[in-house]
Design a protein around this ligand. Sequence first.
Ligand SMILES: [Zn+2]
Length: 560
Amino acid sequence: MQPDRRSFLIAGSAAMIATTTEAGDNVGQESAEKLIAEHVEKVRPLEIAAGKAWWEANTTGRKEAYAKKEATQNAIDAALADKAVFTRIKAAATHPKLDEKTKRQLHLLNLAYLEKQVDPELLKKMTAKSNAVEQAFNVFRAKVDGNEMSDSEVRKVLKESTSSEQRQKVWEASKQVGAVVEKDLLEVVSLRNEAARQLGFKNYAALSLHLNEQDPDAVLKLFDELDELTRKPYEHAKAEIDIKLAAKVGKKPADLMPWDYQDPFFQESPAVFDADLDATYRNVDTLKLCREFYRGVGLPIDDVIARSDLYEKAGKSPHAFCTDIDREGDVRVLANIKPNEYWMGTMLHELGHAVYSSKNIPAAVPYLLRGEAHILTTEGVAMQFQKFSKSRAWLEKMGVTVENPKAFDEAAAKMLRNELLIFSRWCQVMLRFEKALYEDPKQDLNGLWWSLVEKYQGLKKPTDRNAPDYGSKIHICSAPVYYHNYMMGQLFASQVHHALCKALYNADPKTVLYIGDPNVGKFMTEKVFAPGRSLPWNDLLKHATGEGLSAKAFAKDFQS
Ligand SMILES: [Zn+2]
């Protein structure tokens, strides 16, 4: 085997074909198809093997499975780093007579290969530094009065301690990790920027958005719109929360400090509206409800359930995810179901991913396009279905008896509203901070972080605080420039739901429950699932709803 020589020769011929742009031949099309077929032939078995190894690792915890997953992932990365193939892809894409599907596949290949073209030495340094930060996070324990505290102990104190002084101490101690990782984190940022510049981008945030087919200005404009439309509802919700919190901790609402909000970042809703949604779920067969619901909307998931691993066992990952192993219908869910609201919502969520997969994308769609359009569109679909776990009307129509309907309604509606609004303000902070961080890592980042927290979350900066608190959020290191996708997924969920309600029911989106209506599955399949990645995410949204992504539908959900 002489792979280098072979790809060199083909690279040469592809470049020549690309420059002969005379009309009347389909050599460019044929050569592009060949190039795509070669890539798929090489990478597809690796992707399937990686998927299977990942599944085994997470369901059993076996070390060999993790090692196998890592080795296959390395092989995929090595394939995508192939400069000769990358050159051929770029050349092939310039041919003027390609059909739409081929053009789209070449574009996606171009992005996938571009990401891996970073100088290997630089890549090694980046990985080493970010591993160092992650490791520091893993071993860090907040130290209070000489005692070490785990993350969950910190959360417990923030939630349950009645002493403001104690909460402050613990909150401050938990932020210490920022100072521990600050230096390494800033080096990671600078290495990432260097890599981005090598690839022709002004900074890492710009590169990262480009790789995700997102335009920085458009994303920012969307978040401005979101800010505008949610500011009032957020202020209203927070005022209500503040009154409850203040009463709980014995302060005036105006005196509340960041350590009074239960979550170290105030990214989640504090538990102040005491409602036991779980009481209703104690006797519910979560799986049966999911099965019946998805079958009723014309998107049966029995085959997925049969392949899934759904209950706790030794060595297994405690989380939940859905994976499409082969893009030929082998779709599985990992979960750890318990009879409570959290797992009902989580199962509706994961099965939402499951129906938006090769199960419902026609086999005629090429392998490279046979998946979700974007991470935000699949998260959106998952969240669209997840929300029903907090709907009393949905539960009752599914045959579940809700013990105290009025209390459930009030609490669930408030919880959902607070969760979404609080999370949206937190995402504003993350998006804007990361953008500014990569644009100018030498600015006063401590000050910037708190000015955003004050502006968007409405929290008060502790007097004289000057610490790298941004560094205490691990995602800035481990999932950079990614957070906004969660929020955009929520906007997508609302927008698709509203469009579906209009098309099928012409009814108030708040009242539509989907139950027993196969037209829901038909709408979702035709409008959202079937195109796979053939369309970029925003074009898919136009196809599904008639317009590009906006915050309008999401904001409407908060108008009473
Ligand atoms: Zn998800």
